[in-house]
Write a protein that binds this ligand. Structure first.
Ligand SMILES: C[S@@+](CC[C@H](N)C(=O)[O-])C[C@H]1O[C@@H](n2cnc3c(N)ncnc32)[C@H](O)[C@@H]1O
Length: 214
């Protein structure tokens, strides 16, 4: 039985600031302008609502569904929205495991997975990406922000060390099934998406992508 992110939820914000400053949030918000007219948005593993709040400020039309298996994270996201006076009627929170949840319609023109796909081991990631892709419209965009491993050199060694520490922590704190990073690029391509733009930062440790459906 996986414990999930409830225990970590109250500490997630300060831990992120302490370990990464604003670097992860720059990845999350990199392409907000490109998605300011998306109308049906599906966010997986939104966490404490930081992307969601910035998104709602720049996009005044979209309705958003957020699927997250942690009720603690959902509470934090709701509180953050209230704190900033953002319209709660535009967002539905769905407390579900992404491995089990299926949308009723395939009408999402924007998919968002940020620091979420890294939660899955390779065998689960394949089905998660496939199912998520099925929920999207033919012209959908997909925002992905996550960690990555550079291909060689000291940057790779540094990233591998940091990832090892991160996975050790999250496996112990949340019962995460993954113990290493699986690159989702080929899975996104197989699911019909094409990488439009990628920004790599933090010596190759982070990437922020905009994918578009073919
Ligand atoms: C590492 S946190 C990332 C949170 C946020 N997106 C961010 O950018 O920091 C992973 C999030 O995904 C959620 N999550 C992990 N596994 C999940 C699953 N199988 N189904 C749904 N949500 C999941 C966690 O509860 C948590 O909110």
């Amino acid at each position: 039985m996986r414990r999930g992110f409830d225990l970590v939820a109250p500490h997630y914000r300060w831990m992120e600031i302490l370990t990464a400053g604003g670097k992860l949030h720059r990845c999350r918000t990199q392409y907000l302008k490109e998605v300011d007219s998306s109308s049906r948005v599906l966010v997986f593993g939104e966490g404490n609502g930081r992307f969601l709040c910035d998104f709602l400020r720049t996009n005044s039309v979209a309705t958003v569904s957020c699927v997250d298996s942690s009720s603690g994270m959902i509470d934090h996201a709701r509180r953050r929205m209230r704190h900033f006076g953002l319209p709660e009627d535009r967002v539905s929170f769905i407390h579900e495991n992404a491995l089990n949840w299926k949308p009723r319609l395939s009408d999402y023109d924007l998919i968002v997975t940020q620091f979420f796909l890294d939660c899955f081991p390779a065998n689960e990631l394949r089905s998660v990406v496939g199912e998520i892709a099925l929920s999207s419209t033919t012209d959908a965009k997909w925002l992905v922000a996550d960690f990555r491993e550079p291909v060689s050199g000291w940057r790779r060694a540094r990233a591998r060390f940091m990832l090892r520490v991160m996975y050790w922590f999250f496996r112990n704190a949340t019962g995460l099934a993954a113990w290493e990073l699986t690159n989702p690029d080929l899975l996104l391509c197989s699911a019909g998406f094409l990488l439009k733009t990628r920004r790599i930062s933090e010596w190759g440790l982070l990437h922020s992508d905009l994918w578009v459906k073919q």
